[in-house]
Design a protein around this ligand. Structure first.
Ligand SMILES: [Zn+2]
Ligand SMILES: [Zn+2]
Length: 494
């Protein structure tokens, strides 16, 4: 393959690199080089993912789910946001609902950019109400903001349930009040709610709740603790509530899980256990950057799916993954590749000549030492899991032809056989007791929100006219508003 002109080369050509090093290329070729870089992208192993592109097509919204079928959709598969791979999110549905729809569904992590992918897949907000966070890094929870804030304007008129870690309770010697240790999902949700007050109030001229709706109880969902308190609430008027409103779309319900639990002493690591749908979700500790990260295992009808979030290679994972159907595990490129890519080089060989490379490499190694699973380590763990997973999926990985090739080399050194794939956005797996199919969704890049479906009568909005109707101007000053009409503007543009 002909070597392409890199971003680094272009920087050099534009005189932006350090030291004004001689590059032996006339300045006048910069524009040509840039154009050439663009035109060869589809052939470039560093800007292409042939595996994902060649998967059979999945057409969202055209299929029913069998009552023994799990569908796993990858909406984000990278730690850094990029157009082909947003940050992390996996959507899992189990079959058996009415009209071939899912009976129950769950989001695992929701990093930045993933809502666009959910929209493209036609997944409505009402199905995005149960969110399991592995940890509170931005690449795993940034889009919680959009899901929370815009859900009630669509068809989630019920609370957003957020599972996540209990506080780390690490001792910070400089923090005598332990403020920085009370960092679990409950405090996170409380602060999150307060931070977003302007948005939630401003949207509350729209109906954001149902007239009659009964929240699931601890027993309904087999929750580890009663799902209270509901962090603040906007719904039908309820004078007994401190917010003055009852349960609705802007209710946020954190379900804090003791991150130390493994379920190996007593069955105390259950996050969700729904007797109606039969879905059970347990959690176990992962090793990542700071105490508190957890992984999840979903079990249903004899099948199981593990989602690790981020972790260093872990003996606990090997135990938890015994006989798992689908193991979704993170993986990182070697630190040399990480450092070279961060510096704009195509390969470590090119980067070694740069005086800054050793420093970049030191940083990359430190990140990996604190947090992640090298390619070879994933292969080693797979070789140790007995019985082996029916399918292993590596994710959180910048998946292009060059990195995939290198990863498989490392994985296969330890795990020569066994089904392994590297995830890309919009990859969809259909799992039954006897088969696993792998496809890629073909979607509309310009999709709107999916069509809203309401399950009951709406309650009056918070900002209303006294008769229960929306009062859209209740929070603005209309004095300076230009009115429509014969003297001003005609808006009939369709
Ligand atoms: Zn991450
Ligand atoms: Zn992380």
């Amino acid at each position: 393959m002909e070597k392409g002109i890199t971003r680094r080369d272009i920087l050099k050509l534009s005189g932006m690199t350090l030291g004004g090093m001689a590059i032996g290329v006339a300045t006048g070729t910069a524009v040509t080089a840039s154009a050439s870089d663009c035109t060869q992208q589809s052939l470039d192993p560093m800007t292409n993912n042939d595996y994902i592109e060649r998967l059979p097509t999945y057409c969202p919204g055209t299929e029913t789910l069998a009552d023994n079928e799990i569908r796993i959709s990858f909406l984000g598969t990278s730690f850094l946001p990029r157009l082909a791979q947003e940050c992390n999110s996996v959507f899992i549905e189990v079959g058996g609902g009415k009209n071939g729809e899912a009976l129950d569904q769950f989001i695992f992590d929701c990093g930045s950019g993933v809502v666009a992918k959910y929209n493209a897949m036609g997944i409505p907000m009402r199905k995005m109400d149960k969110i399991f966070l592995t940890h509170l890094h931005g690449d795993h929870m940034s889009d919680l903001t959009h899901i929370y804030l815009f859900g009630p304007a669509q068809d989630r008129k019920t609370p957003l349930y957020v599972w996540g870690q209990s506080p780390s309770y690490l001792t910070d010697p400089t923090d005598t009040s332990y403020t920085y240790d009370n960092d679990g999902v409950k405090v996170f949700c409380q602060k999150f709610r307060d931070m977003l007050r302007w948005h939630t109030e401003s949207f509350s001229f729209l109906p954001t709740s149902y007239k009659n709706w009964t929240p699931p109880t601890q027993t309904d969902w087999g929750l580890p603790a009663p799902p209270m308190p509901i962090v603040p609430t906007i719904g039908p008027p309820d004078p007994t509530n401190t917010d003055g409103y009852g349960v609705g779309g802007y209710s946020l319900v954190p379900i804090e899980l003791d991150w130390t639990k493994k379920g190996d002493q007593t069955d105390d690591n259950v996050a969700y256990n729904n007797p109606t749908t039969g879905v059970k979700i347990t959690h176990f500790p992962m090793i990542h950057a700071r105490k508190g990260s957890i992984g999840y295992k979903l079990e249903w009808k004899g099948m199981s799916v593990i989602f690790t979030g981020d972790t260093r290679p872990s003996y606990e994972l090997i135990k938890q993954a015994s006989g798992v159907t689908v193991l979704i595990h993170e993986m990182v490129v070697p630190p040399e590749v990480w450092a070279a890519k961060n510096m704009g080089y195509r390969t470590p060989a090119e980067a070694y000549a740069d005086s800054g490379f050793q420093q970049a490499l030191t940083v990359a190694k430190a990140v990996q030492t604190s947090s992640h699973t090298p390619q070879g380590a994933l292969g080693y763990m797979l070789s140790q899991i007995q019985p082996a997973p029916r399918l292993a999926v590596a994710t959180h990985f910048q998946a292009t032809d060059d990195t995939i090739k290198s990863a498989f080399k490392s994985i296969r050194n330890h795990y020569p056989q066994g089904d392994v794939v590297i995830a890309g956005d919009l990859m969809v797996l259909n799992v039954t007791p006897t088969s696993i199919t792998k496809r890629k969704a073909v979607v509309n890049n310009y999709a709107w929100y999916p069509v809203a479906e309401l399950s009951s009568a709406l309650a009056a909005p918070k900002y209303q006219d006294g008769q229960g109707n929306m009062a859209p101007t209740a929070q603005i000053d209309t004095t300076d508003v230009i009115p429509s009409g014969a003297d001003t503007y005609d808006d009939s543009g369709y």
